[in-house]
Design a protein around this ligand. Structure first.
Ligand SMILES: *[C@@H]1O[C@H](CO)[C@@H](O)[C@H](O)[C@H]1NC(C)=O
Ligand SMILES: *[C@@H]1O[C@H](CO)[C@@H](O)[C@H](O)[C@H]1NC(C)=O
Ligand SMILES: *[C@@H]1O[C@H](CO)[C@@H](O)[C@H](O)[C@H]1NC(C)=O
Ligand SMILES: *[C@@H]1O[C@H](CO)[C@@H](O)[C@H](O)[C@H]1NC(C)=O
Ligand SMILES: *[C@@H]1O[C@H](CO)[C@@H](O)[C@H](O)[C@H]1NC(C)=O
Ligand SMILES: [Ca+2]
Ligand SMILES: [Ca+2]
Length: 392
């Protein structure tokens, strides 16, 4: 019988409460507190006529060095500052820093999404860190003509009490130079279970960094060579340029809600090591399409699977935004590399400067049909007959 004793019951209740508390304490997916910098400091925003005393205060953030709340339309040294979202953002001066404490679940992988723009023509970068992990993200390349981009960076939580820190490592002569940050969000990533009939993990790209429902630029995934801490579970970005994670609300996506747009020709490479059985024949299939962002044709990818590399062009078709393509290969080892990059360096035809490219989705690696196996068993059968003949 399935009768439970009162002690078991109360223990279960206790567990339930504890797990509930843990969920409440850990940061929720989405914007950090005042992550969009739209909460007014005591006394109000400077652009609303507040006194200069309150100008440097940014609610819910700890500031070090010259951090300034900037307003959209604000001019600095003759140029208009770009605020990615809403009316306000922060600008980090030389060596300046903003940070916020967050509660995390130890051992879990988190991804931080943020938007940034440069204020000067010089090389600018941002160091994002959650101790002991950190990465310096290069803002030199502007991927979209709007003047700002959204990036994601992932890390593993080593402590429950963590501190998200953004630092401008720059030392410019002009102290009014320095990156502008806005819309900082966090998301706990889960690693999708590997499907039985597909050797590729997260081949449909449905699990990835936080994306704002109404943000239309997608999320750039900069270089990340560690597959354990990737904003795109299973995949690494092994080139020095970024690729763009896109959603179906603002782009054409072959399957589900998310896909990947390859940018910057062979400077934007994604790859994954998949588990294979040596000497077995496999087929890698995938969707190849356009993102619906007026990207100038032609679009093509270089698709790698083991020792095979194929240049596949997307054929525009009025009835579909994508086609399926495949690459056949024979595995040489227990781990086989699959990878993709864009053959061309494409830009949008409307603004002539935003980077764009072919879209890939639904990447599958499966053992190909039993043809080869049949041949092999035929051979074995022949060999057995040979042996029997010898014995006779
Ligand atoms: C997105 O939506 C939020 C809440 O609905 C709003 O505060 C924000 O301004 C919007 N952002 C953009 C870029 O439209
Ligand atoms: C980034 O900042 C963290 C701490 O804020 C520091 O430990 C790390 O060395 C910095 N990384 C780089 C590349 O400057
Ligand atoms: C698109 O669909 C229509 C009707 O189903 C068909 O006649 C046409 O050939 C298709 N076009 C292409 C390019 O496949
Ligand atoms: C791969 O093999 C399948 C049959 O197993 C075939 O239909 C397909 O055309 C092949 N693909 C290429 C690119 O050769
Ligand atoms: C066996 O393999 C050979 C190539 O090694 C191929 O030409 C032939 O079609 C295969 N036979 C069968 C029955 O699949
Ligand atoms: Ca804002
Ligand atoms: Ca997808």
């Amino acid at each position: 019988m399935a009768s439970t004793s009162p002690t078991t019951k109360s223990f279960r209740l206790f567990c339930l409460i504890v797990s509930h508390l843990a969920v409440i304490l850990a940061a929720e997916d989405g914007l950090l507190i005042n992550g969009d910098f739209e909460t007014a400091p005591t006394g109000g925003f400077a652009d609303d006529g507040a006194t200069s005393d309150s100008r440097d205060a940014v609610p819910s953030w700890k500031l070090t060095g010259t951090v300034e709340l900037v307003a959209s339309g604000q001019k600095q040294g003759g140029m208009i500052l770009i605020v990615p979202e809403g009316k306000h953002a922060v600008r980090l001066g030389n060596d300046a820093q903003i940070s916020q404490d967050v509660k995390l679940e130890k051992g879990e992988i988190y991804s931080i999404t943020f938007s940034a723009s440069r204020t000067c023509a010089q090389l600018e970068s941002l160091n994002v860190s959650v101790s002991p992990a950190s990465q310096t993200i290069d803002l030199q390349t502007l991927y979209s003509v709007q003047g700002w981009d959204t990036y994601a960076w992932a890390f593993q939580a080593e402590e429950e009490d963590a501190n998200v820190v953004f630092t401008n490592p720059g030392m410019e002569d002009d102290p009014t130079c320095g990156p502008i940050i806005d819309d900082i969000a966090i998301k706990k990533l889960f690693v999708p279970t590997k499907p039985k009939d597909n050797a590729v993990l997260n081949g449909d790209f449905e699990e990835g960094p936080w994306m704002f429902r109404n943000a239309s630029l997608g999320v750039l995934l900069p270089t990340n060579l560690d597959e354990e801490t990737s904003s795109l579970p299973g995949w690494i970005v092994e080139s020095n340029r970024a690729v763009r994670y896109i959603d179906s609300y603002h782009f054409s996506v072959p399957g589900g809600k998310r896909a990947l747009e390859l940018l910057s020709g062979k400077e934007g490479i994604i790859s994954q090591m998949v588990t294979t059985t040596p000497n077995k024949p496999y087929t890698m299939s995938f969707s190849l399409g356009h993102a619906g962002d007026t990207c100038k044709q032609p679009l093509a990818v270089m698709a790698f699977a083991g020792d095979q590399a194929e240049n596949i062009h997307y054929t525009p078709n009025a009835n579909s935004t994508f086609q399926t393509a495949n690459v056949n290969f024979t595995a040489k080892a227990e781990r086989t590399r699959v990878a993709f990059y864009s053959v061309y360096y494409n830009t949008r035809s409307d603004d002539m400067s935003s980077l764009c490219g072919p879209v890939v989705d639904d990447i599958r690696v499966v053992v190909s049909g039993g043809v080869r196996g049949l041949n092999l068993s035929g051979l074995r059968f022949g060999f057995m007959i040979l042996i029997i003949m010898f014995m006779v």
